[in-house]
Ligand binder design. Sequence first.
Ligand code: HEC
Ligand code: HEC
Length: 402
Amino acid sequence: MKLWSRVTLAVAGMAVIWLCAVKLAGPAAAQDKAGQTKAAPAPAKAAPANTQTVAAAPGQSAGEVFKNVNTSTLKGLTVDDFLGAMGVISADLGLDCADCHPGAGSDKVDWIFDTPRKKTARKMVEMVAVINRTNFSGAQSVTCFTCHHGRLRPSTTIGLDTLYGTPNEEKDDFVAPAQGVPSATQILDKYITAVGGAQRLAGLTSFIATGSSVGYEGLGGGGSFTIYAKAPNQRTTQIQFKDHPERGDSTRAFDGKVGWIKSPRSLLGQYELTGSELDGARLDAMLSFPGQIKTILNNWRVGSPDSVGDKDVQVVQGTGPRGFMATFYFDKDSGLLVRMVRYSTSPVGRVPTQTDYSDYRDVGGIKFPFKYTFSWLDGKDAFQLSDVKTNVAIDPAKFAKP
Ligand code: HEC
Ligand code: HEC
């Protein structure tokens, strides 16, 4: 199932990170990608010495960069959005990359080769586009998940255990405005008050947070991290693995306009964010300074009250550019943010990234979540902060291309 062979960097912090490189191995121009998700026996490999690693230039579409990408909806995507779509397909069908691309995660992979399953998947990508166009006025009502629900072959008959079992608790992506709930402004203002109040938050101009990251099932954890954040919209997360220096430092940087991923052991080494993932990086950076939360997104709406774990929550959703959106779950009692799920878009379904916040502690009158868990389609990491220093000078180079 979902093993290390996924092409991701599990440890870089704040987003789904699909890395990509084009390996030019002589005239045959084979393509390859590699990544790392795992601490110990991860067989992520360095580029063989005789190959050249080339990054896709920002602005180049997946159809241009890859040799055999030709579906009507996927070929025009940026490379990282295309790989996001591959992540959605894998998750929706309960597959790993290698289930359609034999050898993925090893030197032997041939991404271009069409297996029967890959051919079926290509047909299904077109089918989904047609279903939505002809039945749902082009809205993305049907995705791979609608039928597959994590299975390779969709089930066709309801199981009686399901019928009489616990009710289905899947949540809607899109939060429909509910009646009789507080306004978004009221909920967001309560949050601002809960973390320190507008005045104190306006005085927060930067911070540096340090701590350790703990992976789940040995994936991605075991590092120490530093977060640099500068108001209003710059944020960089650096992760070091002291016990595994061979993994190198991983960096995720957003300078207010441009975002970068550095993942030393991937073939690419580093990558500039484009497309939907850039909107995610911006949101994460701006959310570091909660006083401005109301300006981060538009069209705020409040859904029906819900619960996250044992907490009753208020649900607020906002929309960003290009179909990007994020849902915020605020503790009904304390007003603090418990969970944020942001959704990037893809033609085969939205790409969810979730952060859960807890252990809020006071730092100079402002509450910081000292613990957060970061989940995306390919991994889950827990971050434990040990120290936060506010209003410190930060070298601008920290936010630039790593
Ligand atoms: C269910 C099958 C399926 C799974 C699982 C899958 N892919 Fe794909 N992959 C495809 C299809 C279909 C295409 C061609 C898409 C097109 O023509 O638009 C493709 C194309 C690609 C390409 C372009 C290859 C080339 O050079 O033409 C890359 C790279 C890729 N996938 C990476 C991945 C990664 C990384 C994963 C795991 C996260 C993954 N795929 C999982 C079906 C799959
Ligand atoms: C309307 C429902 C529906 C949607 C939406 C749908 N599928 Fe399917 N898919 C099916 C059914 C039904 C089968 C099984 C067909 C069979 O039994 O031969 C299937 C089979 C497949 C298979 C072959 C599985 C195998 O046995 O190897 C792949 C791959 C696949 N789908 C990929 C996708 C992808 C990728 C998407 C989204 C782009 C998608 N499907 C969306 C209904 C759907």
